[in-house]
Design a protein. Structure first.
Length: 57
């Protein structure tokens, strides 16, 4: 209701970074980080995107 009153919502398609954009469209998202032992990932053929080499307390 608040966005509608301020006319912040788009009346057409959402066009981020476009000069013709006329508003926004609320949405939802999700992010996920999976940590596991390197040996476990390799044994199961999971793609390894990064390796943590150390950490501190």
């Amino acid at each position: 209701m608040g966005f509608a009153k301020t006319k912040a919502l788009t009346k057409t398609d959402i066009r981020p970074y476009d000069d013709n954009a006329d508003g926004m469209l609320p949405g939802e998202g999700c992010g996920l980080v999976v940590l596991m032992r390197e040996s476990f990932a390799r044994a199961r053929g999971f793609p390894i995107r990064a390796v943590i080499r150390g950490w501190g307390h």
